[in-house]
Structures are given as C-alpha cells and as structure tokens.
Design a protein around this ligand. Structure first.
Ligand code: SAM
Length: 203
C-alpha cells in the first residue's frame, strides 16, 4: 500500500467508527442534542405526511435522521421491490412498505447491524416487514438486477467512495429501474480540515 492509500484506509475506518457511534446515539438517545435536525421535527420539515408519522412506531420517528423526502418522487407501486441504502432506525422502509403493499418487498442495508435489528423490530410492530442486511452501500450485498427502486436519505454524503455507490446502485437495479435519493451536496470544495475530520464528515 502507498502512504496515500494507507492514509485513506485509516481515515475511512475512523469515519466508519464515527458514523456507527453517531447514528447509534440518535437511535438510543433521540432526545439528546444533535447539531442536525432529526426526529419528527425534521420529518415534518421535509413534508412527510402526518399519517405516515402517526402510523409509524414512535421509536422509528424519533430516530429519523434523514435530510429530505425521497418518497415524494419515488412513485412506488404495489408489488415493487425497494432497496433503502442506510436504512437507519427504519422510518423510510416502513413508509415504503405501505406503498408497495404485501405483494412488494422492502430491503434495507446498513453498516451497523444494531440499526438493522432496530429497523426490523420497528417494522414488525407495524405489521409491515422488511429485510435488513448488514452491509455497505459501496458493496451492496444483493445480486445484479434485483430491485425496482433504490431510495436513500442522507447517507451517500457519508461515503468516501461515492462513485462506487452510484455504480452499485445501477448494478442492483433492474432495467428501467428508478432511483430517488435525498442527500447533501456542497457547491464549494470542502476544506482539507473538514475532509480530514471524521466527526464533521460523519454528520
Ligand atoms: C444519516 S443516517 C440516515 C438513516 C435513515 N435513512 C434515516 O433517514 O433516518 C445514516 C445511516 O446510514 C448508515 N450508513 C452510513 N454509511 C453507510 C454505508 N457506507 N453503508 C451502509 N449504511 C451506512 C448508518 O449506519 C446510519 O444508520
């Protein structure tokens, strides 16, 4: 490994630890102070419909940490298979499950296995179901051409390898499939001090 590759691998490992720590904290202590919007306040700001939030388990709503509303343009249809990258505590998969109905399927991917367990438990209390796979969006643990729609909410900005994430999304999409993601984009080049700080990158 060259020094640059080694430095990147080390930063990526630190970033992963920080991501796991931070979003686990949102899931375990949603009432704590965070410097980003989360919970029902954030979901309302992003125009999630009140009935979605009223019908979802409170734990999934309180721990919501998205940055927008990927459902608005996803146009999900009954019977479709949906993949949610970085499914967190499960609010987005639960909402997607309502749209695709019992003949459809919702699959979450999260690098933190504890989040997967939480999301599946939340989904089970609503009578909807989701599969959640521990894994990384840079190496999606699904076969080629296996999903109709990819959604994601506030996760791709966390990756060191965004091009790879996009390639993976296209690999798992069926021909004619759709992508509906909400995320954070900076119009300015970020300073190296931000890029090299896992705490800032993770949030
Ligand atoms: C910003 S939260 C968003 C969660 C969910 N989409 C929501 O709106 O509440 C980030 C979630 O993505 C997961 N995550 C971060 N990086 C990931 C990666 N490279 N692959 C898979 N999941 C990842 C984290 O573990 C965390 O649960």
């Amino acid at each position: 490994m060259t020094d640059a590759v080694e430095a990147q691998a080390s930063l990526e490992a630190q970033l992963k630890d920080e991501i796991v720590r931070m979003y686990q904290e949102v899931a375990d202590n949603p009432d704590a102070e965070f410097h980003f919007f989360h919970g029902r306040e954030a979901a309302e700001l992003f125009e999630y419909r009140p009935e979605w939030l009223d019908e979802a388990p409170p734990g999934a709503v309180e721990s919501f940490a998205g940055v927008g509303n990927p459902h608005e343009r996803a146009n999900l249809q009954a019977g479709e298979t949906v993949l949610d990258l970085g499914s967190g505590a499960g609010l987005d998969p639960i909402i997607a499950s309502r749209s695709v109905g019992p003949t459809g399927k919702v699959i979450g991917i999260d690098l933190n296995p504890a989040m997967c367990l939480k999301a599946q438990a939340h989904a089970a209390t609503t009578g909807t179901s989701m599969e959640c796979h521990e894994g990384r969006m840079e190496d999606i643990p699904l076969p080629d051409a296996s999903v109709d729609v990819v959604i994601s909410n506030g996760v791709i900005n966390l990756s060191f390898r965004k091009r790879r994430v996009i390639e993976e999304m296209f690999r798992v999409l069926k021909p004619g499939g759709r992508i509906s993601i909400t995320d954070i984009v900076s119009a300015k080049q970020l300073s190296q001090s931000i890029v090299n700080d896992p705490k800032l990158w993770a949030s």
